[in-house]
Write a protein that binds this ligand. Structure first.
Ligand code: KET
Length: 402
């Protein structure tokens, strides 16, 4: 009998998680992984935050393991909304936000994309160029047509603000836009507060819908509240917004899949309807979200002492990355690199969008066992005091002749 699956070709490697696979398979003792955006301590080891350890101690042995409701933990959602929309937000008081716990940031984006397809089937999604590669997969699998908008200016290694504004103006009225709330991945380039205000104003004129992916709240400035500024600007301007929150990075809960999807509605009745439909999307997909991460999140964020500890720890992670930016730049300059590396310290968040070509990245991997995505993105979270000189030297070797 003919095979059922003979026609199935191997899927292409994921451009980010595939890097981790290749890194793990390399036996070299010198190998360095600056691929995936996952925080490491200065010894290159994964970090479990102290506030998380303490929350786990408090939870241990005291909770049952029943299913959460389809929409997830109400307590975790309440805390997430305060973090994104502000502690005293009227939208929260007025119950205008439809929100469900999601399978981390990816799951929140996907749930929104499915919701968009079901209830606004004629809309498209505008995605920045470049963006996190998985955004394209998410909206593709949800069958929402994609367009791109200008974001990055390669020559200045900064924001292409006029290109961005033109694309916002030229999109059909009422378009959906995916915006990175802070610490844009992969470029590390965010609009200034003033530029966000102009973007928000133009969204208003064009009646566009802003969907914020906030995967790095706390990693841009070191302060989660400040990092929600873009969303607050849009809220002040009276926009309805959507927001995907992730606790993978800022609480280090990567594998726990803890996140939240929220949609600001006109009133409480609309929010109840939207939430019920988000739950209806979740039910046949995964039924209800995982419990443990939600418990950790709600335990930390609802306890003033643990929350203070968390804020200190987020700041610590952001600061270590800033220190490594400086160290990498200084090392390259000391090696006499003829290129400008100013952008390493100008860019913010977890990543440095180095400007290296795919061929240069291939050389780094082949000759130096340094693993990163082929778009030249360096996860600064993987750079340490121990490997920064080695990394700088390798970068210098592959870039000096160009
Ligand atoms: N949004 C953005 C912008 C993002 O960079 C990530 C993860 C996510 C959402 C999803 O994270 P989650 O773990 O689902 O909460 N980015 C890193 C990891 C990955 O690719 O999955 C990365 O870019 O390396």
């Amino acid at each position: 009998m003919a095979s059922w699956f003979g026609h199935v070709e191997p899927a292409p490697k994921d451009p980010i998680l595939g890097v981790t696979e290749a890194f793990l398979a390399d036996p070299s003792p010198d190998k360095v992984n600056v691929g995936v955006g996952a925080y490491r301590d200065d010894n290159g080891q994964p970090v479990v935050l102290e506030c998380v350890r303490e929350a786990e101690r408090r939870i241990a042995g005291s909770m049952n393991m029943e299913y959460l409701p389809m929409g997830g933990s109400v307590k975790m959602i309440d805390e997430s909304l305060k973090l994104a929309y502000g502690e005293d937000s009227d939208f929260i008081k007025d119950k205008r936000i439809a929100a469900v716990q999601a399978l981390s940031g990816t799951g929140a984006c996907r749930l929104f994309a499915d919701f968009q397809k079901r209830f606004l089937p004629d809309t498209q999604i505008y995605i920045p160029t470049p963006t996190w590669a998985n955004h394209h997969n998410i909206w593709r699998d949800a069958h929402v047509p994609q367009r791109t908008f200008t974001y990055y200016h390669p020559e200045s290694r900064g924001l292409d603000f006029s290109g961005l504004m033109d694309d916002i103006k030229n999109a059909p009225d009422g378009s959906f836009f995916l915006l990175h709330a802070c610490a844009h991945n992969p470029t590390g380039v965010d609009p200034s507060e003033e530029q966000w205000r102009e973007i928000s104003h133009q969204f208003k004129v064009k009646k566009h819908f802003p969907f914020f992916d906030m995967a790095y709240q706390g990693f841009a400035s070191g302060d989660p509240e400040r990092d929600a500024k873009a969303i607050h600007i849009f809220l002040e301007d009276g926009h309805q917004v959507g927001c995907a929150q992730s606790y993978a990075k800022n609480l280090g809960l990567y594998g726990q899949r803890a996140g939240c999807l929220s949609v600001l509605c006109d009133d409480e009745m609309q929010a109840v309807a939207v939430k019920s439909q988000l739950q209806q999307l979740a039910r046949p997909m995964y039924s209800n979200p995982p419990l443990h991460g939600a418990l950790i999140v709600s335990t930390i964020l609802s306890d003033p002492e643990l929350k203070t500890l968390w804020l200190k720890e987020v700041k610590g992670m952001a600061d270590r990355i800033i220190g490594m930016r400086k160290a990498l730049k200084e090392n390259l300059e000391e090696l006499g690199s003829p290129l400008s590396w100013e952008h390493i310290t100008n860019q913010i968040g977890m990543f440095c969008y180095s400007g290296m070509t795919p061929e240069q990245v291939d050389r780094l991997t082949k000759e130096f066992h340094i693993y990163m995505t082929r778009n030249g993105r360096i996860s600064m979270a993987g750079v340490t005091t121990g490997n920064v000189a080695y990394l700088a030297n390798a970068i210098h070797e592959v870039t000096k002749s160009n």
